[in-house]
Design a protein around this ligand. Structure first.
Ligand code: BES
Ligand code: MN
Ligand code: ZN
Length: 496
């Protein structure tokens, strides 16, 4: 989709549909007022009739307009006539774009960047318009014979008062980079396990390196990982015919001596559970167990597109988790790269087994902070549902920075405690620790396990099991937490 900024008054522009906001009590936004004047009071007549009350996210598409420069007008309810909350602003944007999908609309003028929003200005609003429109029209068609998508939208013109142009342009560019990152993440995540294998993911990373010269990619193979002593990671991949990969991406946008931000993403391209086999119902969704890895690729692409003045490392441990004659067995004891031994009481708790060696590997980058993201525990869905991602970590500043970024990006997080008392649940009679902590507090014990490999740096863990994809009728990847991470990086770079 093509996005642009225009400062001319909306009646001077050409399109299939113009989107204007209306408030409750028949009050008009500036663009609705301009349109009302150029249509002999059409908008106010419709409001007086009561066909749309102006409640937030209500919409009304006006299709036949005589003597009007527009083929269609979409009225969007904004709520009370006062600055909108960021959530309501996004809700109204989603409502707008969703009501434009079915009709044959290609070009749209969106005047909603003029609405006042609490705490945010034109840069944020332009960015949100791009991100929301992009998210709403995304469809996975790569493996369908009929590639036709529901939405025909091609061109979105964001109208904006002259003095806001520069801010809006910055937001537009950031929005485009983030939207492309989200799309890459969704696409890789929606691909099935027989296509998106660890080898395929590694190839995608190499491709990204070819199109983005600020990214250097290196792939560690099984032999490299053996030499490093990654006995925990390799115990998982041993049960699969697909060779494991540890994908590394190195983005150098900052000073030579500034410490990197390390992003680690779980890249389990299919999680059958191993010998502790999962039940069949819904097992197809375990193709999404690489969403953390896909989010690292999407975020690094966005960072490179935005040319962020930061140093960022991406690490993606990638493997399958399958039942096999050579697979991990419950009770097996493996030795991690750190030297710590692990009793594998459940082979389905494999994410932490590949992440722990990657955390140890991250030490060699002398990181400023390490943030890992993983579809790690079903328990996170029980605790938090599909609204926020779980956040745990060993550093309050880092966690608070991520919480702030999550609010701005509307990609929510909720912090869970990582108290010492929980650590004893990981006690093993035979090894340094067990890989599971019993039935209580599953998200926390998983993070406790990881924390033992993150003692030498500031670290946060995002459990995205409930947020990385939608289940049911609208099954599909969400691209989360790419918006959150991009916001964190933009804030670190003082650019948003
Ligand atoms: N990938 C799963 C977690 C998961 C399950 C994410 C369902 C989203 C939906 C992970 O590898 C896993 O199997 N975790 C186990 C851990 C348990 C054995 C301690 C789980 O959550 O059941
Ligand atoms: Mn598992
Ligand atoms: Zn898993």
């Amino acid at each position: 989709m093509d996005y642009s900024i225009e400062t001319a008054s909306i009646e001077k522009l050409q399109c299939n549909c113009v989107i204007v906001g209306v408030y409750q009590n028949q009050q008009l936004s500036p663009s609705a007022t301009a349109l009302d004047q150029s249509t002999q009071g059409l908008v106010s007549k419709i409001l007086a009739r009561g066909d749309i009350t102006g409640k937030n996210a209500e919409t009304l598409l006006i299709n036949v307009i005589e003597d009007c420069c527009f083929e269609r007008i979409l009225l969007v309810g904004l709520g009370e006539n006062k600055p909108l909350s960021s959530k309501n602003y996004r809700k109204a944007l989603y409502a707008a774009v969703n009501s434009l999908k079915k009709p044959q609309i290609k070009t749209v003028i969106c005047s909603m960047a003029e609405c006042a929003v609490e705490n945010f200005g034109s840069q944020w609003k332009a960015r949100q318009i791009v991100e929301v429109f992009n998210d709403a029209v995304y469809q996975f068609t790569a493996l369908k014979s009929d590639k036709e998508t529901e939405s025909k939208l091609e061109k979105i013109i964001i109208s904006i008062p002259e003095q806001e142009t520069s801010l809006a342009n910055t937001g537009l560019k950031q929005g485009q980079a983030i939207a492309a990152g989200v799309n890459l993440t969704k696409y890789l995540a929606d691909l099935p396990g027989n296509v998106c294998t660890p080898t395929f993911l590694a190839e995608q990373a190499l491709k990204l390196g070819e199109t983005h010269h600020s990214l250097s990619i290196n792939i560690l193979e099984e032999t490299d990982m053996k030499a490093l002593g990654m006995g925990s990671f390799l115990s998982v991949s041993r049960g699969s015919r697909q060779p494991p990969k540890l994908i590394t991406l190195d983005y150098k946008g900052g000073d030579l001596n500034s410490k990197p931000i390390v992003l680690i993403g779980k890249g389990l391209t299919f999680d059958a559970g191993g010998i502790s086999l999962k039940p069949g119902l819904g097992m197809d969704e375990m193709k999404y167990d690489m969403c953390g890895g896909a989010a690292v690729l999407g975020t690094l692409q966005a960072a490179a597109d935005m040319q962020l003045p930061l140093n960022i490392i991406g690490l993606i441990p990638s493997s399958e988790n399958m039942p096999d004659g050579d697979a991990n067995k419950p009770g097996d004891i493996v030795t991690s790269m750190s030297g710590k031994t692990i009793e594998v009481l459940n082979t389905d708790a494999e994410g932490r087994l590949i992440l722990c060696d990657t955390l140890t590997y991250a030490e060699r980058y002398n990181p400023d902070v390490v943030i890992d993201m993983a579809t790690l525990t079903g328990a996170c869905l029980v605790a938090l549902g599909r609204v926020p991602s779980g956040l745990l970590g060993n550093d309050d500043t880092l966690c608070n920075d991520l919480l702030a970024a999550s609010e701005t990006a509307n990609d929510s997080l909720w912090r869970l405690p990582l108290w010492e008392e929980y650590q004893e649940l990981l006690k093993s009679n035979f090894a340094d620790m067990a890989n599971i902590g019993g039935k209580d507090a599953g998200t926390i014990t998983a993070a406790c396990f990881l924390s033992r490999f993150a003692e030498n740096f500031r670290w946060a863990h995002l459990d995205i099991a409930g947020t990385a994809w939608r289940t049911g009728q609208t099954k599909g990847a969400t691209g989360r937490p790419v918006p959150l991470l991009c916001q964190y990086l933009l804030t670190r770079a003082h650019l948003a």
